[in-house]
Design a protein around this ligand. Structure first.
Ligand SMILES: [Zn+2]
Length: 124
C-alpha cells in the first residue's frame, strides 16, 4: 500500500488595505511625498489563498509610495499639503548671511570723471 498525502497546506494571514474617510493627501514622514491617506487595514486568515476569517481591522495612515503605515492615533495626524515652502512643517530658513559683505570700489557701469567733462564746461 503506497499512501501519499500531499495536499498542500497553505494558510496564513493577509492584510487588505482599503481607503477610508478623508482622502486628502498628507505629507509622508518617511518619503516626504503627499501620498498619505487614511485607510482601513483588515487582516484575514486565509487558506489556500482564499481569505476566510476576518481577524482584525484597524484604522491606519498609509503611504502609497513607500508603504509607510501607522495606526491612527488621537492628537496626531500627518501634516496636510500646503502651498508654502516645505509645507510650513519645517522651521523657516534663516536669511543668507552673504548680504553682510561690504561693497568696495566704485559702482560698476559709471564712466569715471575725466577731461571730457571739463572741456564741455564753459564758465560765464
Ligand atoms: Zn511615504
Amino acid at each position: 500500500m503506497d499512501f501519499c498525502f500531499c495536499i498542500p497546506m497553505i494558510c496564513g494571514c493577509q492584510t487588505k488595505i482599503s481607503p477610508e474617510g478623508d482622502q486628502t493627501p498628507r505629507i509622508c514622514p518617511r518619503c516626504h511625498n503627499a501620498a498619505v491617506t487614511s485607510a482601513k487595514s483588515k487582516e484575514y486568515f486565509e487558506f489556500c489563498f482564499v481569505p476566510l476569517v476576518p481577524m482584525s481591522s484597524k484604522h491606519i495612515w498609509a503611504c502609497s509610495i513607500c508603504q509607510w503605515a501607522v495606526p491612527i492615533q488621537q492628537g496626531w495626524e500627518p501634516p496636510l499639503v500646503t502651498n508654502g515652502p516645505a509645507g510650513g512643517y519645517y522651521p523657516p530658513q534663516p536669511p543668507p548671511t552673504w548680504q553682510q559683505q561690504p561693497n568696495y570700489g566704485p559702482p560698476q557701469g559709471y564712466p569715471p570723471p575725466g577731461p571730457g567733462y571739463q572741456g564741455q564746461y564753459k564758465p560765464q
